[in-house]
Design a binder for this molecule. Structure first.
Ligand SMILES: Cc1ncc(COP(=O)(O)O)c(C=O)c1O
Length: 390
């Protein structure tokens, strides 16, 4: 039977990186951008210590976790909500605020869940392009031109996935303030902000007190390298948070997740400091090394991952991914962000040794692909190349 909500017909679930379930163990996984240090040592102890609570339902109000998060972020507790991953907050935001027919603006390319959950709620999603010639920076005037009386919300990802570009806080707040005047909500996704040395200063979290239309989402997934434990949080205007908190799935954040998250937030100081230093050093290493190999155009990363055009190899990202899989390396084929990104890959920053393995594999790749009698030898165009997707 077809759904009564006609807009659901043909809607596809987004594709993600990190799909090791499909490709099996033992791969060097650069396709999702997690903390290269791996989870802090305290996680295992905290998980084991919480096992005796699994026969209890989780605390549905998540009160201890919210209180810990409010101290961690330095905001009042009633400005904080939590979710099973920040993905739940994207869905809850769309469920609460987007009605069928409402227009929603998203950058392009960006994380696909904003468009997905807004469409699921019946919203009409419009993409505001980030231009390659301008280094994928947000054109605020262009964004404002897209806003009309039907526009309900704007989603911004800062730093943006997959471009790894950080927009200055001033620019994001310019959007928030203009949207406030026009009655439009702004969802700012800061899932990768903790990897930046200036993350605290670049974050819009301190601004939520004065801006009722702003919700900032954050995640424990990436920074603590715990995608298998689902914990995210949102900080926003009181009214937004109140309603999003109502729309959370009951008991969505599990017992283990809540207890482990509290432990991590209490003890993460030096781990975060080591993370930032390592990421700073290794993203620079990858950027310089990959930029030095002909055929690749790496964009300067702000976050802990690199966005790389392979257009000059005259093959598409799917072929690059397939060839690297043969070397035991998994990268993100950015074709799922849109056909125009089918010649881009994204790689997460790891520690030096695996990074060197990646660089070496990328160096040898053109020869490997040419040797397969592939497209590069025949000098086909990128558009033609896109047809060879596997
Ligand atoms: C920009 C961005 N936001 C949010 C998420 C979701 O993270 P979580 O695990 O907190 O649901 C991702 C995951 O890839 C992401 O890239």
């Amino acid at each position: 039977m077809k759904p009564t909500k006609k807009w659901l017909i043909g809607l596809e679930r987004p594709r993600h990186g990190g799909d090791v379930w499909r490709y099996g163990d033992g791969l060097l996984d650069f396709s999702c951008s997690l903390n290269p240090l791996g989870p802090p040592g305290d996680v295992v102890r905290a998980v084991l210590g919480s096992l005796d609570k699994i026969s209890c339902y989780p605390d549905d109000s998540c009160s201890l976790l919210k209180s810990e998060l409010s101290m961690f972020m330095g905001v009042a507790e009633d400005l904080v909500t939590v979710g099973c991953g920040s993905t739940e907050l994207i869905k809850a935001f769309a469920d609460v605020f987007v009605e069928p027919g409402d227009r929603v603006l998203v950058e392009h390319p960006t994380y696909s869940e904003y468009a997905f959950y807004c469409r699921l709620a019946g919203g009409v999603v419009e993409k505001v392009p980030l231009c390659e010639e301008h280094g994928f920076t947000l054109d605020v005037d262009c964004l404002f031109e897209h806003i009309d009386s039907d526009t309900r919300a704007v989603f911004l990802c800062n730093p943006n996935n997959p471009t790894s570009r950080l927009e200055p806080k001033k620019k994001i707040m310019e959007v928030v303030e203009e949207c406030e005047v026009r009655g439009v909500l702004v969802f700012v996704d800061e899932a990768f902000m903790d990897f930046l040395r200036d993350g605290r200063r670049s974050s819009c979290v301190p601004e939520v007190e004065g801006h009722d239309n702003l919700l900032v989402s954050r995640s424990l997934t990436k920074i603590f390298s715990i995608p298998g434990l689902r914990v995210g949080y949102g900080v926003g205007g009181r009214c937004l948070v109140e309603y999003i908190d109502k729309a959370r799935i009951s008991w969505g954040v599990g017992v283990i997740e809540q207890l482990v998250a509290v432990e991590l937030l209490r003890s993460c100081g030096s781990y975060l400091e080591r993370t930032v230093s390592l990421v700073e050093q290794e993203k620079e290493y990858l950027y310089r090394s990959i930029s030095g190999i002909s055929g690749y155009n790496a964009f300067k990363p702000d976050a802990n991952f690199l966005f790389i055009s392979v257009r000059e190899l005259r093959v598409n990202a799917a072929m690059v991914k397939a060839a690297l899989l043969g070397e035991g390396i998994l990268v993100r084929d950015c074709g799922s962000f849109g056909e125009e990104y089918s010649s881009f890959i994204r790689v997460g920053v790891k520690e030096r040794k695996p990074n060197e393995v990646l660089v070496e594999a990328l160096r040898k790749l053109p020869e490997k692909i040419h040797g397969l009698g592939g497209p590069a030898r025949k000098k086909r165009s990128v558009t033609e190349g896109a047809m060879w997707r596997q």
